[in-house]
Design a protein around this ligand. Structure first.
Ligand code: ATP
Length: 217
């Protein structure tokens, strides 16, 4: 089984990396692919070039067994629709089960993603939750895909919905950008190799006006 973990990774931090490792082990994945998405051109905050987000991600997972970075969304023009990404992966991977990992925050907006129902044609969706998380009432479409037995994820290539508790680390990329902009140290929130890149390229040093973003999905 192959796992897909998408995000802006602006910058990647231990909240991402710890959950990625946990789900890789829990689901016994052969591979976990981190997929950085493009940023829309209208972000108010200081832009970080895609190649730098990619470089930080590659530095973060260096030597981590079974982890890889898949940069297809950065190479593709236009919005980063997850359905297009999964479709392309499905064509490459044949019948290998694919697990798309998303945070509970992202799951809350899933039904607004571009052609969201088609996601289940290409992958299972695993919602990473914090302890005590209570899902909102699910639509009939989602209820029908709920799966309580994880062995089913191996038996079919796509189509299931699973909730999985993970260790919640209260770290966010927004908070890291704010720390750096305020001249404070982000040490211990993200790998030193990523901090070196942030320093070397003087990233995030202008105070942030607006941290909201829209990745396309
Ligand atoms: P930002 O603060 O810029 O919104 P972020 O830290 O939330 O960024 P993203 O790159 O947007 O990071 O997140 C990618 C994925 O990682 C999402 O599925 C999100 O739910 C998950 N994620 C982000 N931070 C954490 C964390 N601390 N613990 C667990 N999962 C996280």
């Amino acid at each position: 089984m192959i796992g897909i973990y998408g995000g802006t990774f602006n910058p990647v931090h231990y909240g991402h990396l710890r959950t990625a490792l946990e789900v890789k082990e829990l689901f016994e994945l052969e591979q976990l692919r981190l997929i950085p998405c493009r940023l829309p051109p209208h972000r108010d905050e200081p832009e970080v070039a895609a190649h730098l987000r990619l470089q930080m991600l590659e530095a973060a997972i260096l030597d981590t067994y079974g982890f890889s970075v898949d940069k297809r969304e950065l190479d593709r023009a236009g919005p980063s629709y997850m359905v297009d990404t999964l479709h392309a992966l499905r064509n490459e991977l044949g019948n290998t089960p694919l697990l798309l990992f998303i945070g509970a925050d992202a799951f809350a907006g899933l039904e607004r993603w571009h052609q969201w129902q088609r996601l289940f044609d290409y992958a299972h969706i695993v919602v990473m939750t914090r302890p005590g998380y209570a899902a909102e009432t699910l639509s009939i479409f989602l209820q029908q895909r709920l799966c309580s037995d994880n062995t089913q994820l191996r038996r079919q290539a796509a189509g299931c919905l699973v909730f999985q508790e993970v260790t919640a680390l209260a770290i966010s990329a927004t908070a890291i950008r704010e720390l750096v902009a305020a001249g404070r140290s982000p040490q211990f929130l993200l790998p030193d190799r990523v901090i070196d890149l942030i320093r070397r390229h003087h990233l995030y040093q202008v105070p942030i006006q607006n941290t909201g973003h829209n990745t396309g999905n």
